[in-house]
Write a protein that binds this ligand. Structure first.
Ligand code: ADP
Length: 398
């Protein structure tokens, strides 16, 4: 079956067409500036690239252009849309309603609308993408794959905050966790690499990208994760503050004269390594600036590594030890320096990194010293493959 995987953001959209017979990516691309003047699509087929500049007022026009390009005689990869067996949508927030991926129907759409309150920036474009596909590809099954679903196995003592319980009952304020598709994918791969049944593995999965989160995964189930009610909690990230004394928020609002929306925007967009370093939110720029002697850039890197190390230690406690620590996403896959800074002081856990094996970028490698009891794995994440797999499984079973 050929599966179209869609990840719709507020003004952008990523897509991949996968042939699940051999898991090959037939084409992929990115549409940017949807609803903003200067929209464009960048379509890739193997090494070939095609850029189409065309005004795209909404996700519907954007998806129509993607479909047109997929069947284009010169640049396409399929002869008709009939070849697409299903569409898999990344949906950010499934609340407590979805603990796994689901075939989309009218009642699922109603439940997704109810989750908008929990993810006002992310869920509306996800819903727009689904509605556009329903119009443009009637009859083609659509599956929703949630960022939150994998973490629905957390026990209540991990997801309830120290707030009056009524706030959980009234507003569903609790820890949800995100990046679930990535944590699940690397957990499955890690068990395969370790040669252990998933049911016997204890893993600490570190998704370190522009957004970053860590999960404690036991027997294939998430027991704890660092992001919370929203993706703002946990590690300091590219532009997000991560954990703070909550009293700082009202203090900043008063001092800087920010309203609630502005404070939220500030904590999500202006903080993290960007705010600390004053250089950039991109770890490559920060590593470069730190190497050139920039004190604040080095401080940002030190805080980040310290944060990751603290969470790894906490999750080793949650799991009663760990069989492996997994590094994934942009920074986790590509920065030997950050991996060394995190794992360098974890000998008490049985971690020992081999510096030569650690000198790797973007490849699946066990970077531990031979014989070390807690393995350290680099596993490039593949959320699209995970979405496509879930989609095939659900469509085949329905
Ligand atoms: P997201 O999907 O959350 O936008 P990614 O997983 O693509 O993020 O990760 C982006 C981050 O990974 C950026 O901060 C980038 O600097 C970092 N990154 C990518 N490649 C490297 C590299 N070679 N060295 C250090 N950091 C890298």
């Amino acid at each position: 079956m050929k599966v179209l995987v869609l990840n719709c953001g507020s003004s952008s959209l990523k897509y991949q067409l996968m042939d699940m017979a051999d898991k090959a990516v037939q084409a992929k691309g990115l549409v940017e500036r949807i609803g903003i003047p200067g929209s464009q699509l960048t379509h890739r087929r193997g090494e070939e690239k095609r850029v189409v500049e065309q005004e795209l007022p909404s996700h519907r026009e954007a998806i129509a252009l993607v479909l047109e390009t997929l069947v284009d005689r010169a640049f396409g990869v399929i002869s008709s849309l009939g070849e697409i067996g299903a569409v898999g949508h990344r949906v950010v927030h499934g609340g407590e309603k979805f603990a796994s991926s689901v075939l989309i129907n009218a009642s699922v759409m109603a439940a997704l609308a109810e989750c908008v309150e929990l993810a006002p920036l992310h869920n509306p474009p996800n819903i727009m993408g689904i509605e556009a596909c329903q119009k443009l590809m009637p009859g083609v099954p659509q599956v929703a794959v949630f960022d939150t679903a994998f973490h629905q196995t957390m026990p209540p003592y991990a997801y309830i905050y120290g707030l009056p319980y009524e706030l959980y009952e009234k507003y569903k304020i609790r820890k949800y966790g995100f990046h679930g598709t990535s944590h699940k994918y690397v957990s499955i791969r890690a068990a395969e690499i370790l040669g252990k049944p998933m049911s016997e593995t204890r893993l600490i999965t570190c998704h370190l990208g522009n957004g970053a989160s860590i999960a404690a995964v036991k027997g294939g189930k998430s027991l704890e994760t660092s992001m919370g009610f929203t993706p703002l909690e946990g590690l300091m990230m590219g532009t997000r503050s991560g954990d703070l004394d909550p009293a700082i928020v009202s203090f900043i609002m008063e001092k800087e004269k920010l309203n609630a929306e502005e404070a939220n925007e500030f904590l999500n967009k202006k903080c993290g390594v960007l705010g600390v370093s004053g250089v950039s939110s991109d770890f490559r720029d920060i590593e470069e600036a730190a190497a050139a002697g920039n004190f604040r850039a080095q401080l940002a890197l030190d805080i980040f590594a310290h944060d990751v190390k603290k969470y790894v230690g906490a999750y080793a406690a949650v799991l009663d030890g760990a069989d492996a620590i997994v590094f994934t996403a942009g920074l986790g896959e590509n920065s030997p320096e950050m991996r060394q800074a995190v794992a360098g002081g974890l000998s008490y856990l049985g971690v020992a990194i081999d510096p030569e094996k650690n000198n790797v970028r973007g490849k699946e490698v066990d970077i531990s010293m031979d014989g070390s009891s807690c393995r350290v794995l680099v596993i490039p994440t593949n959320e699209e493959l995970m979405i496509a797999r879930d989609t095939v499984e659900i469509v085949s079973a329905s």
